[in-house]
Design a protein around this ligand. Structure first.
Ligand code: ADP
Length: 497
């Protein structure tokens, strides 16, 4: 009977998943307590009589709230999989569209069919787009009507529950329609309050972005059915993917599998993952530059990678590239993720000072190689970065040694909502601002001289790295370190050790 009803649903072009596409709780990972909370729904489907005997309130609507790609759809499917329920999915705009012109009767149909295919879950994605607070600036009759009908269908369960309760008392067993509506949204704030009233979407389950452990669990889910080598460093990978959603992590593993197949291997290895990450981070490639421009960009990146490698506080270089990418149209030096800093968001003065040197390295190299008159605008972004670093050192974080400034903050960042706005000056003597300005200029000038001297001392290593980049476009961290160890000046190598 359930089969028949499922067929009917498919006929009206609803997405109904087949048994062989079932997913289970094991397929969803890194979402905190959400699964535990949804066990209630599974229990209700599996053992309604026990559920009712315990006196629990019967679930009708469950709202899954969380950022895009965190696995809300997957989770709803897993509930259906665990419970052996029919899974009917539609997204809210389809929902509205489907009923345009034909009015509310189709909604009744949908629910009637779902009841016939019960136990069933009706999953409505992006429910905020139907369940938005009504009577807004642009009233939308069609949408309001659809919403009203849906709400009354959900209320309708109540009556039905009463009737079926009576029947089940008579028959001695329970036959209540087992249909649960699950909605997903990332905009809980704009939902119509009528939607979340008791008896409707009264179960709210939060589906958060995964944390460090969650990311490892999700990656494992997606690597589980794929051949992969044991050398994949999950710890590093989890740090490198801070802020990724489950969907982005799944995409990363897919991309790594593509990289593996491009080198005609069926096994995903660490390098494939790194390549995929690089692609994620830098975006797709752009058309190549002329030979002369490539050489110039190579000078900037070689100098950056060289100084990153020589300066002990900077993380090891992961890769350096002059392949123009969507997100970095010139080139880029990528250093490995630093766990401590990513966890705390704290920066030391030593780190910032050395980072300042690396941001100025590109300009220094261009000046050394091309001379002042033939310098380009290529490094202007990095000069802006340098300015930000000295501002942090002198003005906002007060790490300056000049006794006139000392531990005073000269300006403080202003918070507007969640945005950190530009620093606003506090009321301090004007002389102090002048001193701070001079301090910042001094830091930049000294750092510039220092990094220029460093590049001059290590000109051989610099030239080799430039040639390497011109020839191969991308060098990995080990290649850079090999050149540095063989050709850097004794003084710098000693400093680094
Ligand atoms: P949402 O509905 O929250 O936007 P989806 O469920 O559509 O996210 O996620 C898309 C895909 O990303 C899933 O099919 C799955 O492959 C992967 N995914 C997302 N979240 C998770 C998770 N928590 N665990 C495992 N895989 C996930």
């Amino acid at each position: 009977k359930q089969k028949e009803a499922q067929k009917k649903l498919k006929n009206i072009k609803l997405m109904v998943t087949d048994k062989d596409e079932d997913v289970f709780f094991d397929d969803v990972a890194g979402i905190g307590d959400a699964k535990v909370e949804l066990m209630e729904v599974v229990d209700f489907f599996r053992k309604p009589e026990l559920f009712r005997a315990s006196g629990s309130r019967i679930p009708r609507g469950v709202l899954l709230c969380g950022p895009p790609g965190t696995g809300k759809t997957l989770l709803a499917r897993a509930v259906a999989g665990e419970a052996g329920a029919t899974f009917i999915a539609l997204n809210a705009s389809e929902f509205v569209e489907m009923f345009v012109g034909v009015g509310a009767s189709r909604v009744r149909d949908l629910f009637a069919q779902a009841r016939a295919a019960a136990p069933a879950i009706i999953f409505i994605d992006e429910i905020d787009s139907v369940g938005r607070i009504r009577g807004g600036a642009k009233g939308n009759d069609e949408r309001d009507q659809t919403l009203n009908q849906m709400l009354s269908e959900m209320d309708g369960f109540d009556n039905e529950a009463q009737v079926s309760q009576m029947l089940s008392e008579m028959d001695g067993f329970d036959n209540e329609a087992q249909v649960i509506v699950m909605g997903a949204t990332n905009r809980r704030d704009i939902l119509d309050p009528a939607l979340v009233r008791p008896g409707r979407f009264d179960r709210i389950v939060h589906v958060p972005l995964p944390d460090y452990n969650g990311r490892i669990e999700i990656l494992n889910v997606h690597l589980r059915d794929r051949s992969h080598s044991a050398d994949i460093d999950m710890h590093e990978l989890s740090f490198a993917t801070n802020g990724y959603s489950g969907a982005q992590l799944a995409n990363l593993v897919n991309m790594a599998a593509t990289v593996a197949s491009q080198r005609e291997s069926e096994q995903i290895c660490q390098q494939d993952i790194e390549k995929a990450l690089e692609f994620e981070r830098l975006g797709p490639e752009r058309p190549p530059f002329s030979e002369a421009a490539r050489r110039r960009i190579a000078a900037m990146e070689a100098a950056t990678a060289l100084t990153c490698t020589l300066l002990p506080a900077i993380e090891p270089v992961a890769l350096v590239t002059i392949v123009p990418r969507e997100k970095h149209p010139l080139g880029q030096t990528v250093v490995k993720a630093n766990e401590a800093r990513e966890l705390t968001g704290l920066w030391t003065r030593r780190y910032l000072e050395q980072q300042l040197l690396t941001t100025l390295a590109g300009r220094a190299a261009e000046e050394l190689i091309y001379g002042l008159d033939d310098m380009s605008t290529m490094h202007q972004m990095r000069i802006t970065d340098a300015r930000r670093i000295v501002q942090k050192l002198v003005v906002s974080a007060a790490m300056n040694e000049n006794p006139a400034i000392g531990p005073r903050t000269i300006s403080v960042p202003r918070r507007v909502g969640s945005l950190l706005m530009q620093a606003v000056p506090r009321y301090l003597p004007t002389e102090l601002h002048t001193v701070a300005d001079q301090e910042m200029e001094r830091l930049i000038e000294e750092a510039y001289d220092e990094v220029k001297a460093m590049l001059q001392r290590n000109r051989t290593a610099l030239d080799i790295l430039i040639e390497g980049l011109v020839e191969k476009s991308t060098l990995d961290g080990d290649e850079v370190r090999r050149v540095v160890e063989q050709h850097a000046s004794a003084e710098d190598l000693q400093q680094r050790a």
